[in-house]
Design a binder for this molecule. Structure first.
Ligand SMILES: Cc1cc2nc3c(=O)[nH]c(=O)nc-3n(C[C@H](O)[C@H](O)[C@H](O)COP(=O)(O)O)c2cc1C
Length: 164
């Protein structure tokens, strides 16, 4: 099954997970690049504001066409109980995702934010995910998330059996 991992990461946590997934799935990847400056405390506040307002941003043109894949995995950090402006913009611009998608996110606080994010990503993308995975940033930094990766990958591969 041809799979693509698409992700945005402001400070590297979601990127570390995406890289591990690419390795485990042996698939292509696409990093979404936000052209807005999101560094430092001003960037933090701007990101929070954009998330609350559900604002879109300007992302660099992406290289891969998601419609050429059987399954697209989308990853984002949690921002104020929702997902990053860059991933919102990607989903808005790419309404040609395949039927099969999976979502993952990294978060600082609690997993209830992850559940909200997945529900909203499902609404925005109009795709029901075959698998979801929320990871605490602390666990990612400590490298203790292999168990979750394995479960997520197994669920994705399990769904592949139904994909022609
Ligand atoms: C603007 C902003 C808002 C955030 N809001 C939340 C939140 O509502 N809930 C939460 O659990 N973590 C929140 N976080 C923490 C991030 O989700 C967490 O640090 C994440 O792993 C960062 O991923 P990244 O390194 O890939 O950018 C927020 C971070 C930022 C920058």
């Amino acid at each position: 099954m041809k799979t693509l991992v698409v992700f945005y990461s402001r400070t590297g946590t979601t990127k570390a997970v995406a890289e591990r997934l690419v390795e485990a799935l042996g698939c292509d990847s696409e990093e979404i690049v936000d052209t807005k400056n999101r560094r430092g405390s001003i960037g933090f506040l701007r990101s929070g504001y954009d998330a609350v307002k559900r604002r879109l941003t300007t992302i660099k043109p992406t290289r891969r066409d998601p419609s050429e894949y059987n399954l697209v995995v989308v990853g984002t950090p949690v921002w104020v109980g929702t997902f990053s402006a860059a991933v919102r913009t990607y989903l808005y611009l790419n309404q040609n995702l395949p039927e099969n998608v999976a979502f993952f996110c990294t978060y600082g606080r609690g997993s209830e934010d992850a559940e909200k994010v997945f529900a909203e990503m499902q609404r925005v993308s109009k795709r029901k995910p075959v698998a979801v995975m929320g990871l605490k940033a602390k666990d990612v930094k400590k490298g203790v998330y292999e168990h979750a990766i394995q479960r997520f990958v197994d669920e994705i591969k399990g769904s592949a059996r139904q994909v022609k």
